[in-house]
Write a protein that binds this ligand. Sequence first.
Ligand SMILES: *[C@@H]1O[C@H](CO)[C@@H](O)[C@H](O)[C@H]1NC(C)=O
Ligand SMILES: *[C@@H]1O[C@H](CO)[C@@H](O)[C@H](O)[C@H]1NC(C)=O
Ligand SMILES: *[C@@H]1O[C@H](CO)[C@@H](O)[C@H](O)[C@H]1NC(C)=O
Length: 499
Amino acid sequence: MLWYRPSFLLTSVVIANASDFSFIQSGPTALHNPVVGFAAEQRETHPSPPGDLSLLSTDRFAVLEHPLFPDYHVRIKKSEFCDGTVGTYTGYIDIQARHLFFYFFESRSDPAKDDVIFWTSGGPGCSSSLSLFMELGPCRVTSPDNTTFNPHSCNEHANVFFVDQPIGVGFSYSEYGETVNTTPDAAKDIAAFIAIFLEHFSQFGGRAFHMAGSSYGGRYIPAFAAEVYGQNAKLIEAGLMPVNLSSIMLGNGCTDWISMVPSWYDMACTPASVAPILDISSCVRMKQAVPRCKDALQKSCIDSYDSLSCGAADMFCQTELSGPLLITDYNIYDISKRCERSLALCYPITEKITSYLDRPDVREQIGVDALVSANFTLCNDDVHAAFSATQDLMFPTRHYVSALLERGVRALVYVGINDWACNWVGNERMLLDLEWTGQDAFVKTPLREWTVNGNVAGLTRRSGALTFATMYGAGHMAPYDKPAESLELTKRWLAGEEL
Ligand SMILES: *[C@@H]1O[C@H](CO)[C@@H](O)[C@H](O)[C@H]1NC(C)=O
Ligand SMILES: *[C@@H]1O[C@H](CO)[C@@H](O)[C@H](O)[C@H]1NC(C)=O
Ligand SMILES: *[C@@H]1O[C@H](CO)[C@@H](O)[C@H](O)[C@H]1NC(C)=O
């Protein structure tokens, strides 16, 4: 979960209004005008999939239609953006009046054969451009108006998508102010997106497909992957190629709230990563709150869900277990560091990304719709608040992870050990506790060191389809801190090798 401090303690209980969901029935205007905001002369319409990305134009959108998905369109253009050495495409998937922006970078190795990775950042409400330009994309934004090549990009060995989701995040938007407030709703758009894209660009269909995300992506990705898995039955029925869902990758994920919240104590008050950082009296108070917090979350958020008491439980847990750290100037994404308080996410690079994506020339190059606000918002507070209001993150997402493992979808959970927010202690507890056929073997497997170029990079444990790995010297944005190790981790994972 990617918090930005102002809203962190403001999780309040709001009962979702059922009428918020009425947008699902979009009117006929939306259907027949999927590309508002872009002048008609800037498009070319392809009635059938061109199938070949390299034929696309750099200065015009191609609008792709498909007879089996009459309500959806793909708008895509080519560019030299960010990487410069590979086929690079940006565009929108238009789902009636909702428009999801994506970046797609072909692999630097063998785009015709390499696996495909879907990537999303967390928040909820943060744009995937945060990961793209700060962590593991083909370039990093190094000044407010320029980028530099990233030799450790995840497209070294894979074709990679970065998607701004849900609607309202980054360059994604809706025409009539419709919002998406829950992970299951977001999952429907993403599953459709993936089916449409792979159907249009069938050369990527059938390849091993990996769904990856960080932070609140730990909540999104297992649910998105489950939706993609379930959708395959419908694709097969319609005579289409199913998505070859191979694995999920969760980086510094907040997947299981009830495991994560109590571990804030371990991170701040024990030498779980750095030496204890809080004073003894705060730690004693936190220690006493842990069982009460766990009981309350278990009773009212898990055993029998009641939004009022679940909200009260969460408020208690956050006040008692996160409050003491949040009033210090430690960086909650890396407790070996101090936070630069004036900055939304503690890292100066985030301001540069925002300025860069505000540049009109950059927006023109990647084809951002005119309807998108002139000022880029890296993390959208409204989306964050809407997800908090539905208590989306209280959902025990670990069950999705078990279900995927039982169906042969591999899962990698990796965590930079200095992250406090979605930390390794909480992630490890969730995995040791995870009920699935391989649980016994996983629990009995000891942690061992994994190395990169002869240096210890962290600890790992694998059993069957499930791998857990820690990364030394890294925080929440692990690939930002440890780019070479992160790339090596991804490379070995895609190849199905042991870490
Ligand atoms: C951006 O940086 C590259 C080198 O990384 C340089 O060649 C280019 O001129 C720079 N562009 C601008 C607009 O500063
Ligand atoms: C799906 O991907 C796996 C690799 O994970 C590959 O071995 C398999 O052949 C692929 N399946 C199809 C139907 O292409
Ligand atoms: C965009 O940002 C500029 C400078 O930060 C500010 O002056 C302007 O009011 C903002 N515009 C909107 C629409 O928020």
